[in-house]
Design a protein around this ligand. Structure first.
Ligand code: KG4
Ligand code: ZN
Length: 356
């Protein structure tokens, strides 16, 4: 099985990614094209623009991953591609390309769930067994689940409104961080993390969401509203117009990041207690896995590490380049599915994408 070769393709949002892995999970070649700068300048992801950029880049990105790996398409054992969830127009580009590719080279096709891929990436880097608790936090999702098998997830909590990355991106936009000399190439979450380093989180106080709700779900829209109101108040007090950088931008970033981290930590703590009470995790060396774009935030990692340590769990978090979207995680999910013989389709089967 180790000599199997799998091509993974990711286009669910704004990154065009491809990678070739062998059956052990060794990365033989990879390529990634990020659309971040275009979307930053536009003030958000416009689906038709994302689709256009995926179309422009997918051929080259896949070619590059194959060339870097020294693998010919005919040598591949399977092609794995994200088919859900994500932006419909973006998913469509990867799927159409992949279906043409597998038909041309007569290869098995493995449709991939983007969140399953985020959850399993850690197993490419550490030999951890099921079950484990996973917290996935990205621009499109926040969820807590017990991973019981490669396609068996017990969902404990999810966001009731927006995802933490989406919220941080919107706050960053409202603060016009794109105009900040240190931030103009950074995503909203990255900009907030950077500015928070020089901020005093105690200058502003935001309520942690859902304090009275005794479940493991998340909510970030109310927090965004609290932050927006504070920004408006500060603008009024300073006599500054919307679109101009506030002098207290670092403090607002620090307080926002702190409240996001606190909310994530509290819900994860509850989930850990629930898992323990119901025997959902192994008694010896239980693991908490943290992944998704927002997991690259060091402040949030630290908060979750405290929760893990105090409850006796070991926190594992892939390095930032594997937390954000990439082709490697899709190829690895393909490896896991190929190994278990799950969800492998012949090349001629028509597959639909599912945005939700
Ligand atoms: O997983 P990802 O690459 O794409 C989605 O599937 O959404 O996550 C992108 C999100 C963006 O919202 C971005 O602002 C956020 O992850 N992000 C961060 C950091 N780096 C990226 N959020 C907080 N701190 C960071 N360092
Ligand atoms: Zn993602």
């Amino acid at each position: 099985f180790c000599s199997r070769l799998i091509l993974g393709i990711e286009t669910s949002c704004d990154d065009t990614g491809a990678a070739v892995l062998d059956g052990k999970g060794a990365i033989l070649g990879e390529s990634l094209h990020s659309q971040k700068e275009v979307h930053l300048r536009a003030g958000g992801i416009i689906p038709t623009v994302a689709q256009h950029l995926h179309r422009e880049n997918i051929e080259r990105v896949v070619q590059q991953a194959l060339e870097r790996s020294g693998v010919e398409p005919s040598q591949l054992n399977a092609v794995a591609t994200t088919v859900k969830p994500g932006l419909a127009l973006s998913l469509g580009v990867g799927l159409e390309f992949s279906q043409r590719f597998v038909r041309q080279y007569n290869k098995p096709f493995i449709p991939i769930h983007h969140m399953e891929a985020h959850a399993l990436t850690v197993r490419m880097l550490h030999p951890i067994a099921f079950p484990f608790l996973v917290l996935l936090i990205s621009g499109g999702h926040s969820l807590l689940a017990v991973a019981r098998g490669i396609d068996d997830f017990l969902l404990l909590g999810y966001t009731l409104d927006e995802a933490p990355g989406d919220m941080l991106d919107k706050v960053a936009r409202r603060l016009s961080l794109i105009k900040h000399p240190q931030c103009f190439t950074l995503s909203g979450g990255q900009a907030i993390e950077l500015l928070a380093k020089d901020g005093d989180r105690l200058k502003f106080s935001f309520r942690t969401p859902m304090g009275q709700t005794h479940d493991c779900c998340f909510s970030f829209a109310g927090l965004r509203n609290q932050v927006t109101m504070t920004i408006m108040k500060q603008e009024a007090e300073e006599g500054i117009e919307e679109g101009t950088l506030l002098p207290c931008v670092n403090d607002i970033a620090a307080a926002t990041q702190h409240t996001v981290a606190t909310h994530l930590a509290k819900r994860t703590h509850r989930a850990i207690l629930f898992c323990k009470a119901n025997g959902l995790l192994p008694s010896s060396s239980p693991t908490l896995v943290l992944s998704g774009g927002v997991a690259s935030n060091h402040y949030i990692r630290k908060a979750l590490n405290i929760i893990a340590e105090t409850t006796g769990l070991c926190l594992l978090c892939p390095p930032a380049k594997f937390c954000t979207d990439n082709g490697v995680m899709i190829a690895w999910n393909g490896v896991e599915r190929l190994r278990e013989g799950k969800g492998i389709l012949p090349p001629h089967v028509d597959v639909c994408y599912e945005p939700k």
